[in-house]
Design a protein around this ligand. Structure first.
Ligand SMILES: [Zn+2]
Length: 256
């Protein structure tokens, strides 16, 4: 059994560079006359679900690491042997199966990130159709013919460029020394995501985001016993995913 050595806490801000839509549940109920609503918190404000962010990071790393996919396009290690070699499942998790005996401990937790209301300025509000969001007409395209589907004009809600979601928080549990090395994959995933998109309709230019003001803290188990949390900032001024990846060896040295 591996004991917990400590937790790396990653905080930061998600800045929306081009309109972003993370879809809400489609109940068939139009809200504000919009066909495609964004997901909102209980106060009706858009937010970034931790599951969306974590899932997107995983899918980008899976492609980069060239893992194997099943016929449904899903990658999940299902044997001890595969799991032990798989960076993706070690960090992002796997469902496992009854034949697996190795420990599969949760490593990465990604919280929901709420909208920073102050990021929606008065100037931006003038161009918004709804309180926090804009509404765009989008045509569904017939993928075979490459033409617009008849009667397919839909209203899509999206978070405007310039919006910020904060505080973003991820927790990375460290159980063994090798966990410190593979932490870099979390930041690689964020780099890849900046050059991809979050949410839907990325092929239409939606969902470009940047991660800013990243702060990385290291809390040992002793820190939890003494209540001295988030006091060891280990990334100095390396506050973007690429800066962190470039100098990751310096950061890793501080996880001790
Ligand atoms: Zn795997």
């Amino acid at each position: 059994m591996s004991g917990l050595l400590g937790k790396v806490i990653i905080k930061g801000t998600i800045e929306v560079k081009t309109g972003m839509r993370i879809g809400g549940t489609t109940t068939g109920l139009k809200i504000g006359g919009v066909d495609l609503n964004v997901i909102t918190d209980p106060e009706g404000k858009p937010y970034v679900p931790g599951s969306s962010l974590k899932g997107k990071m995983r899918s980008l790393i899976e492609r980069k690491e060239q893992v194997k996919f099943n016929d449904k396009g899903v990658h999940l290690c299902s044997s001890d042997e595969d799991y032990k070699k798989c960076i993706v499942c070690k960090i992002w998790g796997t469902l496992g199966n009854k034949d697996m005996t190795c420990e599969m401990l949760t490593k990465l937790i990604v919280r929901d990130t709420l909208l920073d209301e102050t990021s929606i300025t008065d100037g931006m509000r003038k161009n918004l159709e709804l309180q926090w969001t804009e509404v765009k007409f989008e045509t569904a395209i017939d993928r075979v013919k490459g033409t617009a589907l008849h009667g397919s004009l839909r209203q899509a809600e999206r978070v405007p460029a310039g919006a910020r979601f904060s505080p973003m928080e991820m927790i990375y549990n460290v159980y063994e020394e090798s966990d410190k090395d593979i932490l870099v994959k979390v930041f690689e995933a964020l780099e890849l995501l900046e050059h991809d998109y979050l949410g839907g309709m990325g092929s239409r230019g939606y969902g470009q985001v940047e991660f800013k003001g990243i702060k990385v803290y290291w809390n040992t188990t002793q820190d939890y016993e003494s209540g001295k949390l988030n006091q060891k900032l280990i990334n100095d001024n390396l506050d973007t995913p690429s800066k962190i990846v470039e100098k990751f060896s310096d950061i890793k040295k501080e996880i001790k």
